[in-house]
Design a protein around this ligand. Structure first.
Ligand SMILES: [Zn+2]
Length: 510
């Protein structure tokens, strides 16, 4: 016998089997019992929350030989045909693949004919928001004057894309994300019935990563069984999902709390070497700090976590101030975004973390020193943080003394000096090289595709550090101009290549 996926095997066949949608189940059952069936329904909600299953069950309820009944028998010919998608009276249209007007025109032609086997003709249009506007217009005409034997069930994950003229003619039912505990319990039931041993933590992790969708959760369980066999451990799910495990998450946050740069970077290295995807790891880090944030503001219950896990989080949250947690979330989520288009995803994450650690919380809270005597006109004005101007006015000095050759000659030394002053500046600058001295400014060129590094370099602190490093080797504080150099300047030294940077971090280029 051919293999049947767990999802198909365990798809709900009755209203009572639908998990996590009690209001919808009650509404539909009542409608059938009181014979107040709407001519058109609009099922909306996230993917995998039971919309299509509910639509098929409704079709069975209406056409079952024993019906109409809220509890279709599941045994009669009609129920069987609907279950297997063979009923001529239940027509499923996938709007995602049939966007065309032809299908809806066809529907308009045929909807007039009475059902052949059952009492109703049931049209299930999945992902209805994908229809073209012409198709929507054709559908609207049918919905305006539906034959009494026709029932329409429109399903969508994106309600905002359904024209109001259509939506207003339907009874709308909102499917919600299924609660974590309900998904876990259902997975447990399936695993038990199928004869698999699964760790509670493993099922919890599957449920968590399916984000409230039962279909994804069951598909993941199926994959886990193919991957791990009859015994599903937490570790095997971690490997399967490429997600960060508990140890990595808590270790990472611990190292951030301690300001331990070396440990943070080695944890990232270890995380990647175990085969995780960089963006998944970044996302997991963001979620971990989000959890800490909830604990900090006292809304930990909203997290749907085990009490043991919550306790662990609570302990860790004590090591952070609220502003520090917010800083970490900002830095990590920005890195997660930047990583999407950047060729060196890991570098982006590393730079973000190094920068985060460079802004020590106590430093961040200090007000910048402003010497009133330097700025007499500002004395009456409330103090604002003073930003270093991007091109500070330098004392008029002779520019003849310093040449671009001299800067180039000492570039490696300047980079070394940068490393001491600002690690993130150093990492960014490693993708650049000095081009020329023009109008008294030192022009630094970043290779094409490294605008991320340029952007990172372009903050007051990094500019200041670079000017200082340049002064150490040239005797002058030259204003800095950052450009994207085109064509790409050839990287002269190994330290200027991505692999050079990776080497510095003790890793490989991603
Ligand atoms: Zn039946």
């Amino acid at each position: 016998m051919s293999y049947i996926s767990l999802y198909r095997k365990w798809r709900s066949q009755t209203f009572n089997e639908i998990v996590g949608q009690p209001v919808i189940v009650q509404t539909l059952k009542n409608a059938i019992e009181t014979k107040r069936i709407a001519h058109a329904y609009l099922f909306t909600g996230p993917r995998g929350t039971g919309k299509t299953s509910a639509a098929r069950i409704l079709a069975k309820s209406l056409n079952c030989k024993e019906g109409p009944t809220p509890n279709p028998c599941g045994k009669c010919e009609t129920c069987d045909k609907i279950k297997n998608g063979h009923s001529v009276d239940v027509i499923e249209i996938d709007a995602a693949s049939n966007r065309g007007i032809d299908e809806i025109r066809d529907l308009r032609e045929r909807v007039r004919f009475a059902p052949l086997e059952g009492r109703y003709k049931v049209y299930i249009i999945d992902e209805v928001h994908m229809l073209t506007s012409e198709a929507f217009n054709a559908l609207l005409k049918t919905l305006e004057e539906p034959p009494s034997h026709a029932i329409f069930i429109l399903a969508t994950t994106e309600i905002q894309k359904v024209p109001p003229t259509i939506a207003s003619r339907c009874q709308r039912l909102d499917f919600s994300r299924i609660k974590l505990a309900e998904i876990t319990a259902h997975l447990k039931k399936i695993a038990k019935a199928e004869g698999f041993a699964a760790e509670e933590k493993a099922l919890d992790l599957i449920a968590r990563s399916s984000e409230g969708g039962m279909r994804d959760a069951i598909s993941l369980l199926d994959q886990a069984i193919s991957f791990a066999g009859k015994e599903i451990s937490y570790d095997s799910i971690v490997t399967l999902l490429g997600t960060a495990d508990e140890e990595l998450l808590f270790g990472f946050a611990e190292a951030i709390a301690e300001g331990n740069e070396t440990r943070v970077l080695s944890l990232i290295k270890a995380g990647v070497e175990e085969g995780r995807s960089m963006s998944q790891v970044a996302r997991d880090f963001v979620m971990h700090f989000r959890n800490l944030l909830h604990l900090k503001v006292g809304s930990g219950e909203a997290l749907e976590l085990t009490s043991e896990y919550l306790e662990k989080l609570r302990d860790q949250a004590k090591k952070f101030t609220l502003p520090r947690i917010k800083e970490a979330i900002k830095a990590l989520s920005r890195a997660e975004l930047d990583m999407k288009w950047h060729p060196h995803a890991r570098l982006v994450l590393e730079v973000a973390i190094v920068e985060l650690l460079e802004t020590k919380p106590e430093v961040a809270e200090q007000k910048p020193a402003v010497k009133v005597s330097d700025r007499p006109t500002m004395a009456a004005v409330p103090q604002k943080p003073v930003e270093t101007p991007s091109q500070p006015i330098v004392k008029p000095i002779k520019k003849d003394g310093v040449t671009i050759e001299r800067i180039k000659h000492h570039w490696k030394d300047i980079l070394e000096s940068m490393k001491q002053k600002s690690l993130s500046g150093y990492v960014s600058l490693s993708e650049a090289e000095p081009i020329e001295i023009s109008s008294g400014k030192l022009v630094i060129g970043f290779r094409k595709g490294f605008s991320f590094h340029k952007e990172r370099m372009d903050d007051a602190k990094n500019r200041e550090s670079l000017m200082e490093a340049v002064r150490e080797y040239s005797g002058e504080r030259l204003p800095i101009e950052l450009i994207i150099a085109e064509p790409a300047p050839a990287a002269a030294a190994a330290a200027l290549t991505p692999s050079g940077v990776a080497e510095y971090f003790g890793g490989r280029v991603l």
